[in-house]
Design a protein around this ligand. Structure first.
Ligand SMILES: C[S@@+](CC[C@H](N)C(=O)[O-])C[C@H]1O[C@@H](n2cnc3c(N)ncnc32)[C@H](O)[C@@H]1O
Length: 215
């Protein structure tokens, strides 16, 4: 029976790949994912690789293949439901008239969860925000002072994000942790304050944890 599996592949290291993700990828007709996601699997065939530029085309392809009767695994880094491929694929499925029953989500460990673990934050009462692919980060200002930890996927360079916060009158001494390339061998967790991050250099692959003001 045709089906689209949206498969979470975890934060990046093979150690976080779930058994169900491995089994799902083995049994489908076609696997669609980024090179980074596809490389995680040892036993994988019939793949289509996408990149940021052609992602949308391949999301439409995934739906079309299912409509034509195939089983497809669409790989989504981290968890598909957090700033992942679930939201855009549901929109396309609706547009193309593909029933939700034909879509199964396989969850996985998100970069958000791993950042919380690495910084010893219990994430049942935090501000969770993603600015991935967005230009405007100003909505963080509505919650940043509500006394909770904020876990954020920034839209841009971490140092620009820190500068934006300071320009928005957030205290430069505010404690912050940058979690870079989580789960990879070169993973880096840097505990610092906002003003020091302005001169830092991090890659795009970061989760930012902002701690509440100390009282
Ligand atoms: C399109 S979002 C995908 C998020 C993903 N669905 C998740 O649950 O982690 C991509 C952003 O997630 C963050 N990210 C993903 N993997 C990461 C990792 N291993 N370490 C740090 N940040 C990561 C970065 O901010 C990156 O720009």
């Amino acid at each position: 029976m045709s089906k689209l599996f949206i498969v979470g592949v975890g934060p990046g290291s093979k150690e976080y790949l779930t058994q169900i993700a491995i089994e799902t990828v083995k049994k489908v007709d076609l696997v669609i994912g980024s090179q980074r996601a596809i490389d995680l699997f040892d036993e994988i065939s019939n793949t289509i690789v996408f990149n940021v530029k052609n992602l949308n085309i391949h999301l439409y392809d995934a739906i079309e293949h299912v409509i034509r009767g195939k089983t497809v695994a669409l790989l989504s880094t981290g968890d598909p439901g957090f700033s992942g491929l679930l939201k855009p694929i549901l929109q396309i499925a609706k547009e193309k008239g593909l029933d939700k029953e034909k879509i199964e989500v396989i969850p996985s460990v998100s970069s958000l969860q791993l950042a919380a673990a690495k910084t010893h934050v219990s994430w049942d009462n935090v501000n969770i925000m993603t600015f991935h692919g967005k230009k405007d980060e100003s909505t963080i200002l509505n919650v940043i002072d509500n006394g909770k930890v904020s876990i954020v996927l920034p839209s841009r360079d971490v140092k620009d994000f820190a500068k934006f916060l300071i320009d928005s009158k957030i205290d430069g001494n505010r404690k912050i942790a940058i979690c870079e390339r989580l789960s990879y061998l070169d993973e880096k967790i840097v505990f610092s304050d906002l003003k020091s991050i302005i001169d830092s250099n991090f890659s795009y692959m970061c989760v930012v944890v902002i701690f509440p003001n100390e009282t």
